[in-house]
Design a protein around this ligand. Sequence first.
Ligand code: ATP
Ligand code: MG
Length: 656
Amino acid sequence: KKSPLDKIITYTNQLTLSHKQSMFSVEYAALNYIAPNKTQYAYKMEGYDQDWNDVGSQRKATYTNLPAGDYTFKVKATDLNGNWYLHPATIALTIRPPFYRTTLAYIIYVLIILSVIFFLRKMEIKKMKRKNKIKLERAQVKKEHAFYKQKIDFFTSMAHEIRTPLSLIIAPLEKLIQSNHWRPKIKEQLTIMEDNSNRLLMLTNQLLDFRKMESDVYEIQQERIEIVSLVHQIFSRFSSISYKKGIKYAISSHLESQEIEADPEALTKILSNLLINAFKFTRSRVEVRINKPYTHKGKHYFSISIEDDGIGIPKKELSEVFKKFYQVSSGAHEYHNLGGNGIGLALAKSLTEKHEGSLSIESKENIKTIFTVHLPFTPSKEQPTSAILSKEETEEEKDKQYAMIVEDDVSLLDFISKNIEDEGFAVIKAKNGKDAMQQLEKEDIKIIISDVMMPEMDGLALCQRIKENTNYSHIPVILLTARTNMEVEIEGIENGADAYITKPFKWKHVMAIVNNLLTSREQLKQKFSQYPFEEPGSLVTNIGDKKFVNQVTDLIMEHLDDPQFSVTELSNELAMSRSNLHKKLKAISGHVPNKFIRLIRLKHAAKLLLQKEYSIAEIGYMTGFNSPSYFSKCFNLQFKLTPKEFVKKENQKSNS
Ligand code: ATP
Ligand code: MG
């Protein structure tokens, strides 16, 4: 039976709706004109409804928010008798999805997600790469550092080893040159030998310096020097190189002379390094210029330039060359690998900076390079005359000063002896510690210079013996060692050595230490004689001598009021021979025993005077003077004041 519904619905059988129409209705009607109200309907949205919706005579189906998709809307009706027509009317219905849910959209989504993943991954890889690179770099730096340390360690120990034999070449050579009977030709050769061994020494020292600089313990020793002649001296060291290489080598100066405060050793190192570089890279000309001094920010500066016409340094690397181990590798340098370690300039720079100066550089590639050292200085004033006077005064002392040199190496022994003789000392030579001990008695020795490594008795043992023996413990001992070895040094100092010199040494250095030791002792003695309250203990530094001085002072104090107390008694009580006591007291205090006893009496008298418990006359008797007038006379002679004046002065002092 044909459904009357067919007739209604034929006008369309396909419907497409956009998702935006969230609500829509379908109206339907059966062609039943007799009793339209009797017609019953049921519809079903296939794909959405599970069952038929029986809706009675309602002729409208409303749907809201149907998800996108294909549906078939079916509706069926009853006939007058209430029987369902078998064939429902259908209409195909498509609800189009929104754009974001279309296939295209999904493709886009997938693409976006894929690209994001790709991007993230790439980022991560990049990050990882960077991390690895840093890690690698760090490892490399570490490795380089370790390698560098190894290298430096190796060179340092080599340098140490080389220094000893080298000093044994230099010292006899110096001696050879000094004995003036050479023909000029031979002398010239000897000088070349000396120059070059000095250069070798400089190189080894440079390595050691570099090591020291790295550990920041290096300190320069500034003194007032005449720099123009020093520069000339350094300049001339290189003339043989220039001659050999056929390089024009010149020096020009704006100054006749100039005094500045500087460390000559350090300056030599700085300039030598610059000159070595200049000779390394130049084509035909090296020039040293001593420039006009200038002022900058109120400070006076002295400057020296070293110019060469070599391959120069590329602009972008100018600031790098002062870095440790930096060697230019671009430009013409690519074809000029001339060896080296790249520490020369780093060392020169830090040495200049220790002088509060600076090292500047100027370069035109393939044309020239100029390095300039700038050093601050204070313009010289007139020397005060008093300094000269006091020097004359000390030279009055006519006693022959004996120095003992202990050294197993004959040539070094001769060398030191000769030089110290030139300084006005009489010399006693000893081959080793044992020999030295035996000879100690001979003379009143002022100073001992001893090697450390010797057969029979080494320097440390000798030093210990000397310092343990009251007769000799006051004699300053300088030890010479081949190594800058802390342990030996500490051991030596524990054994009472007064100073330390490492081989190879400069003679100037040795003399500076000798003079320093002797003058500081002289000053102590003077202070002790001049000032009433300076205690005898201040005269000495080592424990043995302190004990001795205290013992002597105590004995004198015990016999203070006894004018008859004599040197013989004192030496008996000390269990010491008169001559030894004489030597010892003279060496320590600068006074013979008689005078020393009197000085102790006078010092005690000064203390009593201050207490104001006794009269001057009483005090004179109490301190062992036979008469008040003799006491006053002695007091005046010693302290340049009468007891009365002394009391007055001290009162004024305490009042003010
Ligand atoms: P070292 O001095 O330790 O034996 P080095 O000479 O290579 O080695 P530095 O003196 O520190 O090391 O110099 C560093 C670098 O600077 C040199 O390798 C060189 O490339 C460059 N350089 C230095 N002086 C000059 C110069 N006068 N002309 C051109 N390049 C120079
Ligand atoms: Mg160099």
